[in-house]
Design a protein around this ligand. Structure first.
Ligand SMILES: [Zn+2]
Length: 74
């Protein structure tokens, strides 16, 4: 499945790491737009963020949704 890709103009985000997500959770921030876009095209990261959020909440952390609700479809 291929869609148009402008590799030159598209911001390239790296795969999300748990380090990055922990930093966000601890500072009560959400993902940068660049990463949100990445999770839209990278199923692995999308699922990773979902699992991570669940685990972190289970541990008692409270934080805003890392992904905008609208984008949350892996
Ligand atoms: Zn990724």
């Amino acid at each position: 499945m291929k869609t148009r890709q402008d590799a030159s103009t598209k911001p390239r985000a790296e795969h999300l790491s748990s380090d990055l997500l922990w930093t966000l959770v601890k500072s009560s921030r959400r993902l940068d737009q660049t990463y949100v876009q990445h999770t839209n095209v990278c199923r692995d990261c999308c699922e990773f963020v979902g699992d991570f959020s669940r685990d972190a909440r289970a541990l008692g952390f409270s934080f805003p949704d890392l992904l905008p609700i609208v984008e949350q479809k892996c």
